[in-house]
Design a protein. Structure first.
Length: 164
């Protein structure tokens, strides 16, 4: 398995909702493995398949200190979110060199198909929660900076252009 390149912003695939996964196959497992390798190489705490140009609703998240605890998710959906917000600096390998502080729900309940093809529900908090919300945004064709005000978003994208 390999580390895959992340597609650069503003590739249109980053604005396109990903297609649902119907079955957990050997190909899906291979994509997840590549995604974990890519996430670790960044290093990062999550990755959605569209970030590497695979237009399927697949995501991986590993916010553990020790690493090696990645959750493999197909068709993840947030079914509940806490009212308490958590602020965290977010970035994307698709738009390197820039980041922004965002507030997202501190905890979420997520439902997804796991690596055995079974529906699983998990409660995630802290960085795990932030990362899974960030990945679901990617699967919906959204970037983290879409959650910023127009002024902050324009400034961030202008900084990103200067970095290129």
């Amino acid at each position: 398995m390999s580390v895959r390149p992340c597609i650069p912003w503003p590739d249109r695939r980053l604005r396109t909702p990903a297609d649902p996964v119907t079955d957990i196959t050997a190909e899906i497992h291979a994509i997840w493995t590549d995604m974990i390798n890519t996430m670790e190489a960044m290093p990062g705490v999550g990755l959605a398949a569209p970030q590497i140009g695979v237009m399927l609703r697949l995501a991986v998240v590993d916010a553990s200190d020790a690493r090696g605890q990645a959750i493999r998710m197909a068709n993840p959906e947030i079914i509940d979110a806490s009212a308490i917000l958590r602020e965290h600096e977010e970035a994307s390998p698709n738009l390197p060199g820039v980041s922004a502080r965002l507030k997202r729900p501190r905890g979420v309940t997520i439902r997804f198909l796991n690596d055995t093809g079974k529906t699983e529900t998990r409660d995630l908090v802290g960085l795990w929660s932030t990362s899974v919300q960030h990945q679901v945004d990617h699967l919906d064709g959204k970037m983290y900076f879409d959650r910023l005000s127009k002024l902050k978003r324009d400034r961030l994208l202008k900084r990103a252009q200067k970095i290129k």
